[in-house]
Design a protein around this ligand. Sequence first.
Ligand code: ARG
Length: 578
Amino acid sequence: MADPFISVAERLAPAFAAVAGSACDPVVRPSDRADAQANGALALAKSLGISPREVAQKVLEAAGDVSDILSSTEIAGPGFINLVFSNSFIAQQLFEATSGSRLGVRASARPETVVVDYSAPNVAKEMHVGHLRSTVIGDAIVRVLEFVGNTVLRENHIGDWGTPFGMLIEHLIDMGEQNAAHELSVGDLDGFYKEARRKFEGSDEFKDRARHRVVLLQGGDEDTLRLWRTLVSESTQYFNRVYTQLDVLLTDDDLMGESAYNHLLVPVVERLQKQGLLVESDGAEVVFADGFTNRENEPLPLIIRKGDGGYNYATTDLACVIDRVERLKATSMLYVVGAPQAQHLQMVEAVARQAGWLPEGSTMNHISFGSVLGSDRKMLKSRSGGETVKLAALLDEAVERAEVAVTEKNPEMSSADRSDVARMIGIGAVKYSDLSTDRVKDYIFDWDRMLSFEGNTAPYLQYAHARICSIFRRAGVERSSVRSVVPHIGEPQERELALRVLRFDSAVWETIDTLSPHKLCTYLFELATDFTAFYEHCPVLKTGHEDTRESRLALCDATARVMEQGLALLGIRSPEQM
Ligand code: ARG
């Protein structure tokens, strides 16, 4: 076990149990007064009818000799046990943690098949910053879950079906297929959509054509389907450009658009009908989801089939549940979708449960997130002041700005290296500024802050890593050559840094348990901060002692590995020089 907090809790648990007479949590927490504090005696005192200090005393007696892991134990205050890890224990744990590629992170004891539904932009519509958030957060969640051994299935549920496609296809025909394809492929999705919408609103003739086209599309007319496929493929090519720029895992293999579930829509209706859940309401077929009411306290319907026979977004999402559980055998389904869709997803889950499509032990979770705001705290606007921010342009700007920053910081870098590094920093900065705030909150998109080399930013963390790489370059030492060294822990800053490295496991698991990437960000920021303090106080190359130098190099290497791995779990690269 790498994390010393977990080791000590495991070590004290039998002593607590012996005193309590049954299993009992030692409640080990970090502490300002020592490395850790075991607070379990407080709760136990009440049930045993003796003072907490007495309980603590008995626990320590029952624990016996703990000198192999602790250099001191002390009963403090109302009955806390202050614990100080021994330096040799820390060093040994560090050596063990860094001897494997997982850097001390425990594998999942119960690996699952997890579907992560993320990104999901809409065909022939600009990807907006909400899709950016979903993409960045979803991708980090995928990487973290895979790292601990889950089977993770990425699904990009693009909006590629529904009534707007009548109008979009007619507009495509009006423009001429070639021209339309060109407009879409260069990423002017917004212009295309708006023009189609304008014609639809302004012309009855166009509206009639659009409606007729929907019927053809749903009826499987081959020529109509061909035009529809043009819309989809031009749009997905544009999405792919953004994904490549963003350096995320999504590929065409992950596309599972709304249209992929068409064959399941009739079965959804039939199965709901058979179970007696489908009822008629205002001319539509609906299910009343248990526990959902409107403001007037009337039951809230989930519309399954509209009066005109058309299906709804909710129907497709129910079909998704069936497909994910029954075909893919998913035990966990995660939806990385903006906060406004919370009720929609809750109702889909409720109906899926009522229908028995979500077996015991299969879970649906909404990974909700807030909005992206400009520095004026209003919805983010584009450079030109327009409403929609073009993601491709935004990401280009990130790289351009990073290039300026890198040139300033390291004018000697070759121009080829500089553009690689600028990409890693610029894209890293955009992703990190999104991931490092609690996802449920709105976050402010602020170029200067996110690209700063100070503070809780990607460049600061990347810089800590690059600095370590440069120490090794200067020393002329291979990083891997220090991995057989058990470090010597003496100075307080060495201790802090080593203890921090050992908390990587807890940081990853806390991120998974709360599905909150900002926990991992906070940890990596603390790691970078501890490294900075270490580097200021503990000379690495100029120590004069060969052993100290080796030991500190080993500590540096461990730090850099955890930093690089941690950033990689967030989908962020670590340049070796900056
Ligand atoms: N395409 C939708 C949108 O842009 C998001 C889809 C999210 N996933 C889902 N299974 N409903 O809002």
